[in-house]
Design a protein around this ligand. Structure first.
Ligand code: BG6
Length: 511
């Protein structure tokens, strides 16, 4: 690549966010220590947090505010994405408060009201509250109901009240609908921020910049030029310590209606009228509605599920899914899913989107590969047709974030032969490595009232509508071949056959 990137100046990080208190329900849990507090630190370091700011942690664990401050003082050293500057950390620490109590106990919400009033007085936070539900999903609706009863979600005198709801948002269409109904009895849609941490990733946000900030790709971004799209989110880790959650969820629920459908919509959506929340989300929602529900026959034909057995990863023997902690020895939960979906609209009719995700796979990679159609006529007789690689655009989300374009070039020599070459852009070369947790932008946007990177009720339901059609069939027909792929491979053979039947193959399996 040329040095054009040197002309790009580091832009201003942005205006300081508005005065507010962030309330973290589940503050003694993993998410707070691994992501939320480190993200708050990064925002403070980039001068994006207002001076009028405070955090109130709420959790069942008995702890004093002093104990809470002490806990994060040591944990931030472990989980921060960069070294800690003591003056910035002290500034945050002086704004940390803690309340212990049961989320179902109305009393805790009265005490929370007192703490918030205290924060408003002490730190000038002006009655603006951001409630972050970092709890088990069964508490989402109950906490919101209680906040409503305590009058803490009521926006009055120009102040705002917003709630960030973590995933999973429901476990099928019906439960997602009920959750939406329940929380919409208390909150307006504009107060609800359904978070998907994939949208906090710079490289995911860059899909929009790439597509709509450049004039050259949009004219070929359709069924006339694109043969198919492959999306892979493969992990090398197993279920780790999350067996309790994962066993009741499985790969499909865990990754598809949220993270992978976000990627699908960003790739497939029409240009929005602006980057404001609703224009963007309207276009994403249209794509989700254009994905047809699968019939039982289609589920059997187009959806593959898998579960890993023991195997070798980097030469080390690892256990199978059924012997992981918290997993039943006869578990039928899938740790892998691959399927083919269509988007029934004018732009994408007949262009398959192949999607796969799983644990204990051969490599840790998240990428979107867009394969273009072959040139209509190939006058290169000296190159075997199967060697003429079609143009391929790869958007790499993780690791080695970047974009590459594959095209054919003449192999030097007296005869004309083609070889495939890659033109590659890597983020790190141009913009350095951004050290972030991925939650900074999402927290900041919520404080600023920008919901563009959060899911709306209709989007969540549209995603579940498709996924539920698969879940129903899988539930009725338990898998007969589990476990069906060794750890360290690319999943069960049916996943390869899914593409082979269409004369295609997973590109990463060859690398
Ligand atoms: C989470 C899933 O939402 O996303 C995990 O629950 C998964 O199972 C994780 O490992 C993947 O996210 P990332 O950012 O590591 O690709």
């Amino acid at each position: 690549m040329t040095t054009a990137g040197t002309e790009i100046q580091a832009s201003e990080a942005g205006p300081v966010g508005p005065a507010c208190v962030m309330v973290i329900f589940g503050a003694s849990g993993d998410l707070a220590k691994r992501k939320l507090i480190p993200a708050i630190y990064n925002l403070a370091k980039r001068n994006l947090l207002p001076r009028e700011f405070a955090i109130v942690g709420v959790a069942r664990e008995e702890m004093s505010t002093d104990g809470f401050r002490h806990k994060f003082r040591s944990e931030i050293q472990e989980f921060a994405t960069a070294s800690i500057e003591s003056d910035i950390w002290e500034w945050i620490e002086q704004r940390l408060y803690y309340l212990s109590g049961d989320f179902d106990n109305p009393q805790i919400y009265n005490l929370l009201g007192d703490s918030l009033a205290h924060a408003d007085k002490q730190h000038g936070t002006q009655g603006n509250y951001l409630f972050y539900l970092a709890t088990a999903p069964s508490f989402f609706s109950r906490i919101i109901q209680q906040l409503g009863v305590a009058g803490l979600t009521h926006e009055k005198d120009g102040c705002w009240r917003r709630v960030i709801v973590e995933k999973p948002f429901g476990r099928d269409l019906e439960s997602a609908r009920s959750l939406n109904e329940e929380i919409l009895q208390v909150l307006h849609e504009r107060q609800i921020y359904r978070i998907d941490h994939y949208l906090g990733k710079e490289t995911v946000q860059n899909i929009l910049a790439f597509r709509f900030g450049n004039g050259i790709f949009e004219p070929i971004w359709n069924r006339r030029y694109i043969d198919h799209v492959q999306i892979t989110a493969s992990e090398t880790v197993g279920v780790e310590q999350r067996g309790g959650y994962y066993e009741g969820s499985g790969a499909l629920r865990d990754m598809v209606p949220n993270h992978l459908f976000q990627l699908v919509t960003l790739i497939a959506m029409e240009p929005p009228l602006s980057f404001d929340a609703d224009p963007v989300r309207n276009e994403q929602a249209k794509i989700l509605h254009a994905i047809p529900q699968l019939t039982p026959e289609e589920v059997l034909h187009r959806c593959v599920r898998g579960q890993y057995e023991e195997g070798k990863m980097d030469g080390v023997q690892v256990p199978g899914y059924r012997t992981e902690p918290g997993i039943a020895s006869d578990s039928n939960t899938e740790s892998f899913v691959a399927f083919k979906l269509n988007i029934d609209n004018w732009r994408w009719a007949d262009v398959p989107f192949y999607i796969r995700t799983g644990k204990r796979l051969a490599k840790r990679i998240t990428e979107i590969a867009i394969q273009f159609r072959r040139a209509p006529f190939m006058p290169f007789r000296k190159t075997a047709v199967e060697k003429l690689t079609p143009n391929l655009l790869v958007l790499r989300i993780h690791p080695d974030e970047g974009i590459s374009l594959r095209f054919g070039a003449k192999v030097p020599g007296p005869v004309v032969r083609l070889g495939a070459v890659d033109m590659a852009f890597e983020y790190a070369d141009y913009f350095g490595c951004t050290v972030s947790t991925g939650y900074e932008r999402l927290l900041y946007d919520c404080m600023c009232g920008d919901a563009a990177l959060f899911q709306r009720a209709d989007m969540v339901e549209a995603g579940w509508r498709v996924v539920t059609s698969v879940l129903d069939v899988w539930k009725a027909l338990p898998p007969r071949s589990f476990p069906n792929y060794p750890a360290g491979t690319w999943g069960p053979p049916e996943s390869d056959q899914l593409l082979e039947r269409d004369g295609r193959h997973w590109r990463l399996n060859d690398e």
